[in-house]
Design a protein around this ligand. Structure first.
Ligand code: G1P
Length: 295
């Protein structure tokens, strides 16, 4: 069956308070891991799955995202005149697809951000990618979710087991495993207390949604934190239609958190050919000196 998910929505209107002061005037989505901003990893992940239309939900101080995915005549001419062909190609690739930008206007939550994309999504299934959650490209999480969507024609959420003490940071599901690592979801709670969490299985930042989610989002009242929660709309949807979850066992970095961001930086640097060997030597000597000091 052909992949009929052609659009991806990227909520990017958040204030990025966990990275202040870096995010005071520039978007957290533009924080780099080695040499690419977070949002570029997210776009490339969708692109690798055949998605060609990108809808960014932005807000104040987010202009750098638009510039990043725009053509840059002066820079391109400069690279051309210096014979930097490989970099020129890389820069040109960034502006080859269709991007739409929608301003969220007010910080009313993830559900509201998705609702802002309604007119552009235009009655088609679509992917949602939260660029804070960095997925190792080798794990092809979105590709696996699209396979499940193509088989069932229903909503698919990415899931991951998290330590009990972290359930309060996520949407947590209850569900029945219908096939290895595929769950039919029966309940969802946004950021529950450890004592009332229905499981230790969290929703992580990848969703394949069907356009009927908009009807539910329109009726969703403010929930956790006074925000319109996607989790609440999905919980209403699953009372009427099947919602599936794919339990991801690969690697995810929570780059919205300082420690997760640092881990992603180290791991990606160790996979970047131009710096890998020197960086590994540096890490090994740093670790050795830490051990020496601690002895
Ligand atoms: C959002 C969702 C939450 C989900 C999480 C994944 O929360 O509301 O259900 O588990 O993304 O990263 P946020 O991290 O935006 O607070």
């Amino acid at each position: 069956m052909p992949n009929i998910v052609k659009k991806a929505v990227f909520p990017a209107a958040g204030l990025g308070t966990r990275f202040l002061p870096a995010t005071k005037a520039s978007p957290k989505e533009m924080l780099p891991i080695v040499d690419k901003p977070l949002i570029q990893y997210a776009v490339e992940e969708a692109e690798n799955c055949g998605i060609k239309e990108f809808i960014m939900i932005t807000g104040k101080s987010k202009r750098a995202i638009e510039d990043h995915f725009d053509s840059a005549w002066e820079l391109e001419e400069n690279l051309k005149s210096k014979g930097k062909q490989a970099m020129l190609e890389e820069i040109r690739k960034l502006s080859r697809h269709q991007f739409a930008y929608i301003r969220q206007g007010a910080p009313l939550g993830l559900g509201h951000a998705i609702l802002c994309s309604k007119a552009f999504v235009n009655n088609e299934p679509f992917a949602v990618i939260l660029s804070d959650d960095i997925i190792d490209p080798e794990d092809n999480l979105l590709g696996e979710m699209l396979k499940i969507y193509n088989e069932h024609g229903a909503t698919v959420l990415a899931l991951q087991r998290v330590p009990q003490e972290e359930v309060h940071r996520y949407g947590i599901i209850a569900g029945k495993e219908v096939k290895k690592n595929i769950f039919r979801i029966t309940d969802m709670v946004e950021k529950p207390k450890q004592s009332s969490a229905p499981s230790d299985i969290a929703v992580i930042g990848r969703y394949i949604l069907t356009p009927d989610i908009f009807n539910f989002l329109e009726k969703t009242l403010p929930g956790k934190g006074g925000e319109i929660q996607l989790t609440d709309a999905l919980n209403a949807l699953l009372q009427k239609k099947p919602v599936y979850g794919y339990l991801f066992e690969g690697t995810r970095y929570d780059a919205g958190d300082k420690l997760g961001y640092l881990k992603a930086t180290v791991e990606f640097a160790l996979k970047t050919p131009t710096v890998r060997d020197e960086f590994k030597k540096y890490l090994l000597s740093t670790v050795a000196s830490i051990i020496n000091k601690e002895q």
